[in-house]
Design a protein around this ligand. Structure first.
Ligand code: ADP
Ligand code: MG
Length: 383
């Protein structure tokens, strides 16, 4: 097992027994491109993790080892340097936050390993950040609350990795619960757990292995279009501060006459925020048929109205949308690549994966990867 291996590596390298933490990657069932519009998201932690083993040092040194990259780094609290490597960014970024917040820590040794696929949209970066901040909080007895740790992890990604991410990834990694989805209100950060008891069903992620270069410019464009929609509505309804406050009637009345493209973008978002709320009602009734339909609707909206899908993602959804064994499926994440997320009848999963892998190869010339995941607890100590 990975956690046994990382412990062994730590003991060999540093000669002491480490404190160990694991923190998961995350999925998001419904609620895409809603976070920056003050809406809801519906994420969960999955059974893929970053594992961290750590122990105090007697000096200011920070000695890191990545099992997966087979690279070491020696730096110190007083002069945090990644030495040109990338993976230490997510560890040192957290240290940087702790130092800036005046928490007292000394040097430490740390070994990192993980099985969250990197760059597939499952937020391996958040899993590393959350594992690190949780482990250091335990190690140095800092008494930081979970929500503060989430905010520090997010900020470290902004400031050290230079990625202006929302709070969902770190939140889901830290606060995940077994067989529950988290409905997070991105405006207030209030959250509530909903049951996700998928007896007889499996969650399958299909990784397109593409990331089109359009992704980041389109993301900024979409954000600007949403802001423009809000600005148009605000001229008539000053109480509207985000698309969370808007409804379809306002869009029809104020936005459509002025800008048809902005209207379509906003319509998707307003519908998606409502869909996320209604999806939670489905969960309370254990109604996966209705829940799954909403996932397909989300995909349709992301593809046709919000226009952040791509040929590879659309192909995978087209292949399953008339298959009765697939209750729901959609692209997941920002778009232009990454994974689709599928809710599938358990007994058809192996056959379907095989079939889709073959068809995807013929269609795109690329390999498809499939990850079967389950919904698990968030960041925790390994005892
Ligand atoms: P993702 O969508 O998976 O979060 P990012 O580009 O945001 O993709 O973060 C991926 C980076 O996180 C990797 O390039 C690496 O630096 C770091 N990372 C993730 N998992 C590990 C791991 N197991 N070991 C070392 N570094 C990791
Ligand atoms: Mg990331």
């Amino acid at each position: 097992m990975m956690e046994q291996n990382i412990k062994k590596v730590f003991i060999e390298k540093f000669g002491t027994i480490p404190l160990m933490v694991k923190s998961p990657g995350r999925i998001n069932l419904i609620g895409e491109h809603t976070d920056y519009n003050g809406g809801f998201v519906l994420p969960a932690a999955i059974d893929k993790y970053a594992f961290v083993a750590t122990q105090k040092r007697d000096d200011e040194g920070i000695h890191l080892f990545s099992v997966d990259f087979n690279e070491s780094l020696e730096t110190s609290i007083t002069g945090l340097s990644t030495n040109g490597m990338h993976w230490p960014v997510y560890i040192l970024g957290v240290v940087d936050q702790l130092v800036k917040s005046k928490y007292h820590i000394t040097g430490f040794n740390l070994v990192l390993s993980g099985n969250v696929p990197i760059g597939a949209g499952l937020s391996s970066s958040a899993s590393v950040e959350c594992a690190t901040v949780f482990a250091l909080n335990e190690l140095f007895n800092l008494g930081i609350s979970k929500i503060e740790m989430v905010k520090m992890a997010q900020k470290s990604e902004h400031e050290f990795a230079g990625v202006k991410c929302g709070i969902m990834d770190q939140f889901a990694s830290m606060f995940g619960q077994e067989n529950k989805l988290i409905r997070l209100d991105c405006r207030s950060l209030e959250f509530e757990y909903f049951p996700f008891n998928m007896a007889g069903l499996k969650l399958v992620l299909l990784d397109t292995h593409v990331k089109h270069s359009l992704a980041s410019s389109a993301y900024n464009q979409r954000r600007a279009q949403c802001e423009k929609g809000v600005a148009i509505i605000q001229q008539h309804q000053p109480q509207v501060h985000s698309l969370r406050d808007a409804n379809l009637q306002m869009l029809d009345q104020y936005v459509l006459p002025e800008d048809e493209l902005v209207f379509r973008r906003c319509k998707y978002v307003v519908n998606e925020i409502e869909r996320t709320i209604n999806a939670c009602v489905d969960l309370q009734k254990n109604d996966f048929i209705s829940f799954g339909k909403k996932m397909f609707q989300t995909h349709e909206g992301l593809s046709k109205e919000y226009e952040v899908s791509c040929a590879e993602l659309d192909f995978l959804i087209d292949q399953v949308k008339d298959n009765n064994a697939v209750l729901g499926a959609r692209m997941m994440g920002g778009g232009f690549g990454g994974c689709t997320i599928n809710v599938i009848n358990e007994n058809t999963v192996p056959e379907l994966i095989e079939d889709l892998t073959e068809k995807y190869k013929i269609e795109t010339g690329k390999n498809l990867s499939a990850y079967i995941v389950s919904v698990q607890n968030g960041t925790e100590l390994i005892v």
